[in-house]
Design a protein around this ligand. Structure first.
Ligand code: HEM
Ligand code: HEM
Ligand SMILES: [Fe+2]
Length: 459
């Protein structure tokens, strides 16, 4: 750590990991409810658990991105953060708002929560991923503005690099597209149309810029390759991302009442979306192969390489699988979608946040060359356990999805009722649940690795 103020990222990273644990616990609850329908009924209904699982995911990733920015922007800008106090204050605002929101989901019925929080004044609730009460959404905007001010001023007053510029564009885009969460037209087609401007233009647009910039930062540090080389790659990657991803939004406009031409625009452009993800894989491996130094933090390098591979598999390959309109006609909203959602979110955004934590935390704890060997070995175990678990969760859900389509959606082989088809694929849901437990073990090991004491004789 070169600048004192980088330390404000520490609470952000700790909160991120804490909420990650919560996310996985609710995933496991839901996974069990899939096969034991009345598990925890009526205390935690499936729809509530789903909301908590997905919202915690988004919130902890946002904590991770903010932590990443607070860590890498001072180093890139070669100056202290504009206001570490503001960063710490906003941390608590965000954490308390997030905790209250989750408690609201768990303790009162959703409609009461809507009434209590004045949803009728400015209705924004009730849409997947955007379930937060309107006041929480306003809180998010306040936090985002303060955060952007802090990061923006640091960049403006300091050294300007491609990495900080790309990250800043990504973060501003993240805030701008969130504003569509406040637009909730009565017309359902319009509602869905703009809902994707937040959801799709985040993960297949501006978040990819954040991903690219964090990856580039860590690769510069662990490989010692010239900044100029890495910057050229970054330019190419973000250009490809935006060219394919923006019009690629059309892959969500096939069946929601939008004009038919979206079937072509959506299919063609989104079919090209795997290219920037593939470029990231080639980029990461190339840089590590051309490295000019041996960095002691092997675990962070492993996470960086892993991100590039898993993002390509989850977003690129599993996205492509169902992105052409004639295929999506059959697979839309099945377990194929869930399979892709899990591997893409894990591979791209979960892994990049862990990458920067893995790099930055040891540095902030006085170990610039990474943790000792024992801790790193444990961390690498957690890498493999979580990553292999998500691969298997994806494979089981893909199998479930293929069967689901076959049983339920193909008139020649039988248009079985939904619940009957679900019964037939229960085996895969059991396997998903067991694999989910392996994932949890990996996560526990990850946390444990922070507390490993090294053998003083060897260290
Ligand atoms: C890291 C990037 C990505 C993430 C995190 C992600 C995540 C998701 C999630 C969570 C959904 C489900 C949304 C919902 O209906 O609630 C989804 C849907 C979808 N994604 Fe992605 N995705 C990513 C990249 C891609 C890419 C690159 C492609 C295409 C090559 C793609 C193709 C699709 C399609 C076609 C759907 C709609 C599925 C349906 O009709 O049910 N995704 N994605
Ligand atoms: C880092 C790991 C994980 C990530 C990133 C993640 C992400 C997600 C996302 C994005 C969705 C919404 C999917 C969609 O709308 O298509 C979802 C739903 C779900 N997740 Fe996870 N999840 C993770 C781990 C788990 C685990 C370990 C389990 C359980 C074993 C689990 C069980 C579920 C279930 C049951 C749903 C609901 C699917 C449905 O509505 O049919 N998740 N998760
Ligand atoms: Fe999309």
């Amino acid at each position: 750590m070169q600048y004192q103020s980088q330390a404000v990222s520490k609470p952000y990273f700790i909160a991120a990991i804490g909420l990650f644990v919560g996310q996985i616990l609710f995933g496991l609850i839901m996974g069990l409810q899939y096969v034991v329908g009345d598990f925890l009924f009526p205390a935690i209904p499936f729809n509530v658990a789903r909301m908590v699982h997905t919202n915690l995911l988004i919130v902890w990733l946002l904590f991770g991105f903010m932590g990443a920015a607070y860590y890498l922007i001072p180093e890139e800008s070669e100056r202290e953060l504009e206001s570490p106090m503001l960063a710490l204050g906003l941390f608590w605002v965000f954490l308390v708002a997030g905790a209250l929101t989750v408690l609201g989901y768990l303790l009162v019925p959703y409609s009461s929560l809507a009434a209590m929080t004045g949803n009728s004044i400015l209705p924004t609730m009730g849409r997947e991923f955007l379930e937060q009460p309107t006041i929480t959404k306003l809180g998010i905007v306040v936090v985002a503005l303060g955060f952007l001010y802090n990061i923006g001023m640091t960049v403006l007053k300091g050294r300007k690099t491609v990495i900080s510029l790309v990250m800043l564009i990504g973060l501003v885009g993240l805030a701008v597209f969130f504003l569509f969460a406040f637009y909730n037209p009565v017309n359902l087609v319009l509602d869905k149309f703009f809902w994707w401007w937040t959801v799709h233009l985040w993960v297949e647009g501006v978040w990819e810029l954040i991903l690219g910039s964090i990856l580039a930062f860590v690769l510069i540090k662990v490989t010692g390759v010239d900044r100029e080389v890495i910057e050229k790659w970054l330019y190419v990657i973000i250009t490809l991302t935006l060219i394919t991803g923006i019009i690629g939004t059309g892959h969500h406009y096939f069946w929601i009442g939008t004009p038919e031409y979206w079937q072509w625009w959506g299919s063609v452009f989104s079919a090209l979306e795997p290219i920037p993800f593939f470029a990231m894989t080639v980029f990461a491996f190339n840089m590590v192969n051309r490295r000019r130094r041996e960095h002691g933090n092997k675990a962070a390098t492993l996470w960086a390489l892993g991100t590039s591979v898993m993002a390509f598999l989850g977003a690129g390959v599993w996205g492509f699988l169902h992105t052409l309109a004639p295929v999506n006609y059959y697979t839309h909203g099945t377990q194929i979608t869930a399979a892709h959602g899990h591997m893409a979110f894990y591979g791209a955004y979960v892994m990049i946040v862990i990458t920067i934590i893995s790099y930055a935390m040891p540095a902030m704890r006085g170990r610039p060359e990474g943790n000792g060997p024992k801790a790193q070995v444990m961390e690498m175990w957690s890498f493999w356990l979580m990553t292999i678990a998500i691969v298997f969760i994806t494979l089981f859900l893909t199998a479930a999805g293929i069967l689901q389509v076959w049983l339920q959606r193909i008139p020649e082989t039988g248009a079985m009722p939904f619940m009957m088809a679900q019964d037939k694929i229960a085996l895969f849901y059991w396997l998903r649940e067991i694999t989910g437990l392996v994932f949890l073990v990996g996560l526990v090991l990850y946390i444990w690795s922070f507390f490993v004491k090294e053998d003083p004789a060897k260290a």
